[in-house]
Design a protein around this ligand. Structure first.
Ligand code: 5AD
Length: 334
């Protein structure tokens, strides 16, 4: 029965929550992953897009229970990069071959509308044609409009969890409607919207994951980052189990069926949880990967969840290695 749902979805059928739950619970997911791989091949081909992520500030006003950058975590040394330093780093990334930079930070209001616009304009000016993606949290409509006019092309902001009550609990009382409202504003302003959610949050049921998937479709996400929850010791969720890598793979595959033309990253958190997770997700619907381009002095302080940072290689070398990896799995790096 679940197999029939998969076939129908591959032909454009929009399933109900219950049907998605059934597929998520299948004992054998070979068929799901294979179908997602075929749909990916037909809809977006064999290109794997490489994005450089520049983590320019780890200050955050929020208190999300899962995140290591939460304001209440006083064990974390905080940093902010000056606008000029951000532009210089983006330029170095561009010279190393990156065609997109993702500017990410906690929700840090030190970066006013004017400051962020000057960063965006600077990158426009100095990094010939590099696409700019923002990932700076919830901002008012007029700021989002100013960023767009300054030259930002895309914006990543996940709904994280589609269950409103659960969202309130895990995000320290924030409201899901504000998050969804922000996502809708971004679509109105002509941004490419990158949504997404976490798999395996404490107390999360399969039904929530099914609804999370339907939410991506309702929002019309152009991209969707789906990653497993990873406990961070200095947060209230530090003692919980991580999310399942297998369930994450299934969710990504279903996202491919729901949004055939979307960009779906092999999330960093999936790679952290499972060394082979990356290969598997690229054969099950994913077509994007992100690499940190953050200066090493700051990288270790941008710890959303415990991460293996590896050795300090330069941007060009790291990029070359990633391109080789992508070719080794039969895909074309861009
Ligand atoms: N485990 C996994 N992913 C996390 N994120 C935040 N905290 C965690 C965690 N503990 C994800 C969120 C956020 C993105 C930047 O990182 O989905 O949108």
């Amino acid at each position: 029965e679940a197999k029939i749902t998969i076939d129908r979805m591959a032909r454009g059928y929009l399933p109900m929550t219950e049907e998605l739950e059934q597929v998520l619970a299948m004992k054998d997911d070979t068929y799901l992953l294979h179908t997602a791989d075929e749909v990916r091949q037909k809809a977006v081909g064999d290109t794997v897009h490489i994005r450089g992520i520049l983590e320019f500030s780890n200050h955050c006003r929020c208190g999300c229970f899962y995140c290591g950058l939460r304001a209440q975590n006083d064990k974390l040394p905080r940093y902010r990069m000056e606008p000029g330093e951000i532009i210089e780093t983006a330029k170095a990334a561009s010279e190393a071959g990156y065609r997109t930079v993702v500017l990410q930070s906690g929700e840090d209001m030190w970066y006013t509308k004017e400051k962020l616009c000057s960063v965006i304009e600077g990158i426009r000016r100095e990094c010939g044609g590099m696409a700019i993606t923002l990932s700076v949290g919830e901002r008012p409509f007029e700021e989002l409009r100013a960023f767009r006019e300054a030259g930002a092309d895309r914006y990543l902001i996940k709904h994280e969890c589609s269950d409103a009550r659960m969202y309130g609990r895990i995000c320290d009382g924030k409201a899901l409607v504000n998050r969804i409202g922000c996502q809708r504003n971004l679509k109105k302003l002509g941004y490419e919207l990158g949504g997404g959610f976490m798999v395996g949050l404490p107390g999360q049921r399969a039904r929530v994951v099914a609804n999370d998937l339907l939410m991506l479709r309702r929002l019309g996400c152009d991209m969707a980052g789906i990653g497993p929850f990873i406990p961070h010791p200095d947060t209230p969720f530090g003692g919980y189990q991580p999310g399942s890598a297998r369930l994450t793979l299934r969710a990504v595959a279903l996202a491919r069926l729901l949004l055939p033309k979307s960009n779906l990253p092999a999330t960093t958190s999936l790679g952290v949880l499972d060394k082979n997770g990356r290969d598997a997700v690229f054969s099950g619907g994913a077509n994007v990967i992100m690499r940190k381009v953050t200066p090493w002095a700051y990288r270790r302080q941008y710890e959303i969840y415990p991460t293996d940072f590896g050795e300090e290689t330069d941007l060009a070398t790291a990029r070359r290695e990633l391109e080789e990896y992508i070719r080794s799995i039969g895909k074309v790096p861009l």
